[in-house]
Design a protein around this ligand. Sequence first.
Ligand code: NAD
Ligand code: ZN
Length: 362
Amino acid sequence: MITIPIVIPGRAYEVHVGRFAEPSAMADVLAKGLGDVTGVAVLVDETVGKRSPLVTPLVDALAARLPNVRRHDLPEGEACKNLREIERTTDWLAAQGFDRGVAVVGVGGGAAGDHAGFAAAIYLRGVRFALCPTTLLAMVDASVGGKTAVDLSAGKNLVGAFHQPRAVVADLGFLETLPVRERIAGLAEVVKAGLIADATLLAWLEEQADSLASGVVDPGLTECIAAAVRVKADVVAEDERESGRRAILNFGHTVGHALESASGYELLHGEAVALGMVAALNLGVSLGLTPPSLPKRAKNLLARLGLPIDVEHRLTNTVLLRMDVDKKRRSQAVRFVFVTEPGVTRLQDVPLAELRQRLSGT
Ligand SMILES: NC(=O)c1ccc[n+]([C@@H]2O[C@H](COP(=O)([O-])OP(=O)(O)OC[C@H]3O[C@@H](n4cnc5c(N)ncnc54)[C@H](O)[C@@H]3O)[C@@H](O)[C@H]2O)c1
Ligand SMILES: [Zn+2]
């Protein structure tokens, strides 16, 4: 078990990563993190609830430790990330008679976690919450940093709030029921963490690529998740509200988001980020910011992990135009994250027209 402290002034908490011997151990950690509560609303991604044998024992174990524990299932994945479902959840919280002492516990991937965090941020103007991420992506990325949001028909994550959890418990046991494609997609964010801030993690991924791709969990996955969490934790501790340094977490995401939405979300987020990282590395080379050897090295690793790397033919006009609507765009320039050597980044504004021209030329 590895514990990573998240140091945000006034809102410090811990992320616990590992293979818990049994759900009661998870419940102990959650109960400690939540403190004195009058009730607990466990919001469960319904597919996780059906597939993972850990969910029911976890809810039972929470009920043995904390008062008034109730479970509410959410539509799976992105289907829960909208205001209708938030209304359904908050109506349910009110119907249970939960007061300001309630704690929300989200059990699921990044979608259920975002839903749970946002519901907790707005119910009675804010109640405490904790997360049990059940996808690799949620363990390494979505559960850390306190961003919560739901989608509008105009776009993803357009309504949300910053709200930090009291505890995050990532039990690798959940990964056993996770579809392979989802698990591999989560690895893209781990590669990102290595490229932007942790050269040792990158080298470790290269050593372990084959066993990671085949789904071997141990040894090492706990440390690997912890390393990625530390990268995000360090950045978030410096910049909770995304004014500066946090932008480096967007490495690969400008092109990635455009590809993801242009595919009608056929591409998983992590797959789109893998492609976006290849594009960002190529762009960095063409601007003289990224060493020419790095795109090849990264592509090799991503491909061995089972992630797509064939970005060139996907950069159609539609995709390039979509970067226009990226909310990180600053007037006519895009703030782009470049990797100048493994583990080191540089932010630079690139004029939109130049960006399109260079990307389509690569
Ligand atoms: N808040 C943040 O900082 C942040 C960061 C990154 C991503 N996100 C959000 O996270 C979401 C993506 O998260 P995700 O990739 O975890 O996907 P997800 O939550 O949509 O889950 C993917 C699929 O896997 C299923 N699933 C989850 N865990 C499972 C398990 N253990 N066993 C079997 N099936 C399981 C879900 O039911 C779903 O169908 C997006 O909405 C994204 O916007 C948020
Ligand atoms: Zn991402």
